[in-house]
Design a protein around this ligand. Structure first.
Ligand code: 9MR
Length: 836
């Protein structure tokens, strides 16, 4: 120990540090040997790439630059005994020149290196004192105290002193700062509502509430509704409904029980930017292409895994040893999450949801919307972004002539896990293809079939290539129906295992049927147990539960399924289920299992997708209101009083687990971009940080906005995709239309059609045109009741007649249908406005 340090320490103990660092009377004996370095460096050790030496009473080392992972340079001490259940105080002082974030661990000395304490001290040139407490979950005679100091491009100097570990400390209690007890959507509310808030209180009878505008004038008042103790948070809560107040404005607040909420807006354009931000996230997740700083200021970086050293590149990736004898060019695609892996099953649902958002409302997505390299090419940017991933999925298909030809490899990723931070182009790990799986193959079949129909107007060759790949994948999956990803194949990347692929079969068949109308796929859909079963699980759909994707598309995308009406009704039944969960929940959550899942925020959003689809199918306002209320939870009306979308709301997640948006570990790197969803509360708390701080958490509290919490705070492509879908729905202002159309057809080769237009609005329609598209190549031959003309698939019916409010007109035609299905048109525009 240095003299000055000893003097400083004496001073600090006199003035008393924060509670965690205060010496306690019953603190146990020192466990670290020679933590003051008074007797040289022993028994401290270091990795061979650095040398430890005493410098002015401290232990110092020159840390080499150019290593990839924190554990590439280590200084440590072995054989530290720990006693299960004992709480330890761990203290040291350290400095870095230049300043760096280091990693201080107390861990198991052998694989799997279980961490009992993991901290990221921000080391400065002048030096600081650090202190932490943790409770040992196990007893062992030989834990390891280590400082992981690798991962820096530049060399730097590290010094430390006064390393101490003592038992008998007070257990650390983590108290999240949850701010005011009145919980609102911090972004705001739409003028038309609904507008609900939740108050955390000990009161059991109704309380007064007041809504104040930015000038602190009370503009509305009411009484709360006591809701008892909420299981998801353990809190006694009330709800309040201020939906009758509709005036747009900024910085409203709600006051109840002596607490005032964070400010929020009431605005019609509340969600206008969110779909764009949620979608822009995909560009900075791209692999194999330079991210241009001009397009994403602050996020520019060289192309990842493009084959430039130290990257080994994705242009010619071999299989894991013994898995295959070829290499594939699997450049491109999106990195799945905070790691550098690329996985077909989470890529599949992500690209599906982007294409589904587009298919729901093609007019809402424009060329130039996302500021990506393809902007300006005449195609909607959302399709260009989806194509970036779809091309990668196609490249994962086993080539003809090879074993398992037509199947898709489950994933490609690093041979070993890497540390944080690590920009994609600096990853030196070998990349490997993992075995094929039926699930991945069916993801490819489904998304390729979907891409075939959506890209047809823009790039027929790409559409045709997708359809061929989809058919090949389907046949290969049928021939290999039970090749499951190995649950233990989780080194260097996630396992994404799933031993039930009947749902993936159903989804793929549904997409192939919608695109081709062919009998094989129709028969498969009709025979699948997922076609009629109750697939609306409480926990929502996700990468491992995909039957819902097929059912939603069969309900919403025109097709000639014989039981289509029942399919549409089944979505409404699913929505009713989620509506009931939401109504019973005092935080308005349409998701409420007793324990929250990994990525719960994404499951909340996927349940909102079902509610939104029910609105699209029925026009019933209650479903749209439910989607809006569900979003309130994600943007602040929750037990933690925080928004889970970066950049949205006064207090929002911004330290999501990522190797390149790793600002928390390296101030030179950015935070995740605006519009990034955090995975959210996860009762499983699988990472050491969450285990240390969130033990015994109630579901809503199982979350921490820290980059180390990979189980509660990661970001992924398959979590931002429902955010994009739902926010596009929320931003959609088309609302209820003023007309309704009923279409009926009789006959097959030559058929007659009849259309009834009902004026559901308040104005008389004086002269009209009705436009629709025939998806099956049908041609109008004769008409009655209106004059019909056809150009390609688009039919226009014209009349000079009037339709009074509440009245209908009927007209009809004779048409020919070339072959196979005779899909009914579903989208009609009356005088340019969409009919419901
Ligand atoms: O999102 C995945 C979640 O559903 C699983 O329960 C979890 C454990 O297998 O894995 C999650 O996916 C992670 C993947 O394994 C590795 N990359 C990051 C993913 C998100 O945390």
């Amino acid at each position: 120990m240095t003299r000055s340090r000893a003097a400083l320490l004496a001073l600090l103990t006199m003035v008393a540090l924060s509670p965690a660092t205060t010496a306690l009377a019953d603190e146990g004996p020192e466990q670290i040997v020679n933590g003051t370095f008074d007797s040289g460096t022993a028994p401290w050790w270091s990795t061979g790439n650095t040398t430890i030496a005493i410098d002015a009473g401290r232990l110092c080392a020159d840390i080499p630059g150019g290593t990839a992972n924190p554990w590439d340079v280590i200084i440590g001490q072995n054989d530290i005994p720990l006693v299960a259940g004992d709480t330890y105080a761990y203290r040291f002082s350290a400095s870095a020149t230049p300043a760096k974030v280091g990693k201080a661990l107390i861990q198991l000395p052998v694989d799997p290196w279980t961490q009992y304490l993991s901290a990221n001290p921000e080391l400065s040139v002048s030096g600081n004192d650090y202190s932490y407490t943790f409770t040992a979950p196990v007893s062992l005679p030989n834990s390891q105290v280590v400082f992981q100091l690798g991962g820096s491009a530049e060399p730097w100097r590290f010094c430390m002193d006064d390393v101490s570990l003592k038992g008998g400390a007070e257990p650390e209690v983590y108290e999240p700062d949850t701010g005011p007890r009145v919980r609102v959507n911090m972004v705001g509310y739409l003028p038309q509502g609904p507008k609900n808030a939740t108050v955390v209180t000990t009161a059991t009878t109704a309380l007064d509430w007041e809504l104040k505008n930015a000038d602190k004038q009370t503009v509305a008042k009411g009484r709360t509704t006591p809701r008892g103790v909420d299981a998801s948070s353990g809190q006694n809560v009330h709800t309040l409904d201020f939906g009758s107040y509709r005036r747009p404005g900024k910085d409203y607040t709600l006051t109840a029980d002596g607490e005032t909420s964070r400010p929020f807006d009431i605005a019609a354009d509340l969600y206008d930017q969110l779909p764009t931000d949620a979608l822009k996230f995909y560009y900075t997740q791209r692999s194999g292409i330079e991210i241009l700083d001009s397009l994403r200021p602050g996020y520019g970086r060289p192309a990842g895994h493009a084959g430039v050293a130290p990257n080994q590149g994705d242009a010619s990736v071999p299989c894991q040893p013994g898995v295959c004898d070829y290499s594939l060019d699997v450049k491109g695609g999106w990195y799945d999450a905070g790691d550098h892996g690329k996985y077909v099953v989470n890529g599949g649902i992500s690209v599906y949801q982007l294409m589904a958002a587009y298919e729901r409302d093609k007019a809402a997505f424009k060329d130039g919307q996302l500021a990506i390299p393809e902007s300006g090419n005449g195609r909607p940017d959302i399709l260009d972004e989806a194509r970036w991933e779809q091309e990668f999925l196609l490249s994962m298909q086993v080539p003809e002539g090879k074993p398992f030809a037509g199947m898709a490899h489950h994933k490609i990723h690093d041979r070993n896990w890497t540390g944080l931070p690590l920009l994609p182009h600096l990853d030196p790990q070998p990349r490997e293809l993992h075995p094929t799986s039926t699930a991945a193959t069916l993801n490819l079949a489904a998304t390729a079939a979907q891409a075939a129909r959506l890209f047809a107007p823009y790039d027929p060759a790409f559409a045709a290539r997708n359809l061929r790949a989809a058919r090949t994948a389907w046949a290969a999956a049928k021939a290999n129906p039970a090749r499951y990803a190995d649950p233990n194949d989780g080194t260097g990347g996630g396992a994404y295992n799933d031993a039930d692929v009947s749902d993936e079969f159903y989804w793929a068949a549904a997409e192939l049927f919608i695109t081709t109308g062919e009998k094989e796929f129709r028969d498969f859909v009709l025979a699948s147990p997922h076609h009629t079963g109750d697939i609306w699980r409480d926990r929502g759909f996700d990468w491992g539960n995909t039957a819902q994707l097929g059912r939603l598309d069969l309900a919403t995308v025109p097709n000639a399924l014989p039981d289509r009406a029942r399919v549409r009704q089944s979505v409404v039944e699913g929505a009713e289920k989620y509506l009931a969960v939401q109504r019973a929940h005092p935080y308005g959550l349409p998701y409420n299992p007793p324990d929250f899942d990994w990525g719960s925020n994404n499951l909340v959003l996927n349940n909102l997708v079902v509610l939104a689809t029910a609105y699209d199918l029925t026009g019933h306002e209650k479903y749209r209101a439910a989607v809006r209320e569900g979003m309130d939870y994600l943007l602040g009306r929750n037990a933690l009083n925080q928004s889970y979308v970066t950049g949205y709301g006064e207090v929002a997640s911004h330290n999501q687990h990522s190797r390149w948006y790793a600002h928390q570990l390296d101030p030179a790197l950015p935070n995740p971009p605006r519009g990034t969803l955090a995975g959210g509360p996860n009762s499983g708390i699988q990472d050491p940080l969450a285990q240390r701080l969130l033990k015994d958490c109630k579901p809503q509290f199982c979350y921490i906005d820290d980059i180390e919490s990979w189980a509660t705070n990661e970001l992924t492509i398959n979590w931002n995709s429902p955010l994009a879908w739902v926010s596009a729905f929320l931003a959609d202002k088309s609302g209820r239309s003023d007309c309704r159309v009923r279409y009926t057809a009789h006959g097959s080769g030559t058929f007659t059609g009849q259309i009834v237009i009902e004026n559901t609005g308040r104005q008389t329609v004086d002269g009209w045109t009705l436009r629709w598209s025939f998806a099956g190549g049908q041609r109008v031959r004769q008409d009655w009741g209106a004059a019909l003309s056809q150009s390609g698939p688009v039919v226009t019916a014209r009349s000079t007649g009037k339709i009074k409010p509440g009245r209908s007109v009927t007209f009809g035609f004779v048409a020919t249908n070339p072959s196979g299905p005779n899909p009914s048109p579903e989208v009609f525009h009356l005088n340019g406005e969409r009919c419901g």
